[in-house]
Design a protein around this ligand. Structure first.
Ligand code: NAD
Length: 473
C-alpha cells in the first residue's frame, strides 16, 4: 500500500464514505448497519508443494452482501492482500453492482502471494487448491459466488478455476458460470478482457460531453486533446489508455511500479509498451522525462488523472499536489477519504471507482448470462438482422432510385456479432448510470461530489432489497 499512513484501514474508508451518503437516505439505523456489514468472511490457509518445500498459503473470500445472489467479485494475487482489504473490496462490489443495476451481491477474494515469484505450474497448483477450498466451504458456484479477474490475475487463472470446479461437480450443466473472465474457448464472452478499461473510457467520455461539468473545471467539452496521465499499465490501465488515445486524447504521463515517464507532447502507448518489453522498464523512453519515484508522475500537469493500479495511492500527503482537474478512479479505492476531502475542496471532479470501473462486472454479468443460456450472443439474430437490413436498403434504393455506396452498404447490412452487443450493453450501462449519479447530485441538496451521490443511489437500491426481503422478528 502506498499510503504514508500505516494505520489506514481501507474498509473503514469505505464505511466513512458510506456514512457520508447514508444521511441522505430514508433508511433506519438497523437497515444501514446490515447493508454495511460483511455477511460472510472466509480466511483459509492451505499447504502447496513449491519445489522441495511446502508453503502455507494465506487466502480469503469475503461475501459482503447476500441481498442478491450470487455474490460477485474478483480475485487478487498480491503480497498486500489482507482481510481488511478483501472486506473493503467486497463491500465496494456490493455498491458497484447496485450502482450499475447488475443483480449480484458483492464479493471479493485474494491470495497473499507475489505471483511474479512463481512459475505458471506453481500458480496453477495454488489456484486449483484455492478453488477446491472455496468449493469445500460452499464459497463458489454459479448461484452462490462467482469470482473474476482482479489485480494479478487474468483469463489464465479463471480457466484453471472453471476446470477445477467442473471436475468437482461432474454433470453440473451450469458449471461454466462459476467464474467469469474466462478465455473464449472456456465459455468466456468477447469483450470481457478490455471491459473495465473501456468502461472507464465511456464514463469519462460521458463526463467530458457534459458542458456544465466541463465549465466547472474550466475545460472544453469532449475527449480529443485532453491531457491524460495513467498509473498502472495492467489490464485496466492499458486498455483505458488505449481507448483514450484512439479517441484523440494525449497521453502525457504513464506510471508503472518501476517508475514513471512524462512528455507534454504526448507518448505513444504501443511504442512505450514495446520499449518496456525490450528494456524491462518504461523508463528512458526517448524524449520523455523519467520519474524514478513512480508516484511523482501523478503530480505532473494534466487534465485527467487515471489511477489504475492499487488503493490509497493518493493520500493526505500528496493530494494537494495533484494538478489534474478530473480524477477517474479506474482502480478500487485509489484515494483515501482524507485525499478525497482535500481534492473536493480544490474543485477537482472525482469520478468514483464504484461507478467508473464497473465495466468489468457489467460484462461479467453478460458472460454469466451467456453461460446460463448456453448460446453465444448474436447467434440467433445476426442473420435475421442482416436480411432485414438488406430489405430496408433495397427499399430505400428503389424509392430514391440511387444506389448506396459499397462501404456504406457493408456497414448498414452488418448484423451484430457478440462483441458488438457486449460493447453496446456496456456503453449503455456506463452512460445511463452516469446520469443516475448526476440526477442524485441534483436531487440531494448539500451533496456536491459524485462519490456521495453514487453511494446514495447504491444504498437506496440495496436498502429497498433488504426491506423487501423482510427482517425476521
Ligand atoms: P493488473 O495486475 O492487470 O495491473 C496492475 C498494474 O499496476 C500492473 O501492471 C502493475 O505492475 C502496476 N502497478 C503496481 N504497483 C504500481 C505502482 N505503485 N505504480 C504504478 N503501477 C503499479 O490489475 P488490474 O486488473 O488492471 O487491476 C488494477 C486495479 O483495477 C485494481 O485496483 C483492481 O481492483 C481494479 N479493477 C480491476 C478490474 C478488472 O476487471 N481487472 C475490475 C474493476 C476494478
Amino acid at each position: 500500500m502506498s499510503s504514508t499512513n500505516q494505520a489506514y484501514s481501507f474498509f473503514q474508508g469505505v464505511e466513512r464514505n458510506f456514512d457520508k451518503a447514508a444521511k441522505f437516505t430514508r433508511f433506519e439505523k438497523g437497515i444501514l448497519e446490515q447493508i454495511k456489514a460483511c455477511n460472510s468472511i472466509l480466511r483459509i490457509k492451505f499447504p502447496v508443494k513449491i519445489g522441495n518445500d511446502i508453503e502455507v498459503i494465506e487466502a480469503y473470500r469475503v461475501q459482503h452482501s447476500h441481498h442478491k445472489l450470487p455474490c460477485k467479485g474478483g480475485i487478487r494475487y498480491s503480497m498486500d492482500v489482507n482481510q481488511d482489504e478483501v472486506m473493503a473490496l467486497a463491500a465496494l462490489m456490493t455498491y458497484k453492482c447496485a450502482m450499475v443495476n447488475v443483480p449480484f451481491g458483492g464479493g471479493k477474494g485474494g491470495i497473499r502471494i507475489d505471483p511474479k515469484k512463481y512459475t505458471p505450474f506453481e500458480l496453477e497448483k495454488i489456484t486449483r487448491r484455492y478453488t477446491s477450498e472455496l468449493a469445500k466451504k460452499n464459497f463458489i458456484g454459479p448461484g452462490i459466488d462467482v469470482p473474476a479477474p482482479d489485480y494479478g490475475t487474468g483469463a489464465r487463472e479463471m480457466s484453471w478455476i472453471v476446470d477445477t470446479y467442473a471436475s468437482l461437480y461432474p454433470g453440473e450443466l451450469n458449471a461454466q458460470a462459476c467464474v467469469t473472465g474466462k478465455p473464449i474457448a472456456q465459455g468466456g464472452v468477447r469483450g470481457r478482457t478490455e471491459a473495465t478499461g473501456l468502461g472507464v473510457f465511456y464514463g469519462i467520455r460521458e463526463l467530458c460531453n457534459v458542458e456544465e461539468e466541463m465549465t466547472k473545471v474550466g475545460l472544453p467539452v469532449g475527449i480529443a486533446g485532453k491531457k491524460i496521465i495513467v498509473q498502472g499499465l495492467g489490464n485496466v490501465g492499458y486498455y483505458a489508455a488505449k481507448f483514450f488515445q484512439e479517441a484523440g486524447a494525449i497521453l502525457v504521463g504513464l506510471a508503472e511500479y518501476e517508475g514513471g515517464i512524462y512528455d507534454a507532447k504526448g507518448l505513444n502507448l504501443e511504442d512505450v509498451m514495446a520499449h518496456r518489453k525490450n528494456t524491462g522498464a518504461i523508463l528512458d523512453f526517448p524524449g520523455a522525462t523519467n520519474f524514478s519515484n513512480s508516484a511523482d508522475t501523478l503530480e505532473q500537469p494534466c487534465d485527467i488523472l487515471i489511477p489504475a493500479a492499487l488503493e490509497a495511492v493518493i493520500h493526505k500527503d500528496n493530494a494537494a499536489k495533484i494538478q489534474a482537474k478530473v480524477i477517474g478512479e479506474a482502480a478500487n479505492g485509489p484515494l483515501t477519504p482524507d485525499a478525497d476531502e482535500i481534492l473536493n475542496k480544490m474543485g477537482v471532479i472525482i469520478v468514483p471507482d464504484m461507478y467508473l470501473n464497473a465495466g468489468g462486472v457489467t460484462v461479467s454479468y453478460f458472460e454469466w448470462l451467456k453461460n446460463l443460456s448456453h448460446v453465444r450472443y448474436g447467434r440467433m439474430e445476426k442473420r435475421f438482422s442482416e436480411n432485414m437490413n438488406a430489405e430496408i436498403v433495397k427499399n430505400v434504393e428503389n424509392l430514391t432510385g440511387k444506389r448506396i455506396g459499397e462501404a456504406e452498404r457493408k456497414m448498414l447490412l452488418r448484423g451484430p456479432d457478440e462483441v458488438d452487443l457486449v460493447y453496446s450493453g456496456l456503453e449503455d450501462t456506463m452512460i445511463s448510470s452516469f446520469h443516475e449519479i448526476r440526477e442524485a447530485l441534483k436531487m440531494n441538496q448539500g451533496v456536491e461530489d459524485m462519490r456521495t451521490a453514487a453511494f446514495i443511489c447504491a444504498i437506496n437500491k440495496v436498502g429497498v432489497a433488504y426491506e423487501e426481503l423482510g427482517i425476521f422478528p
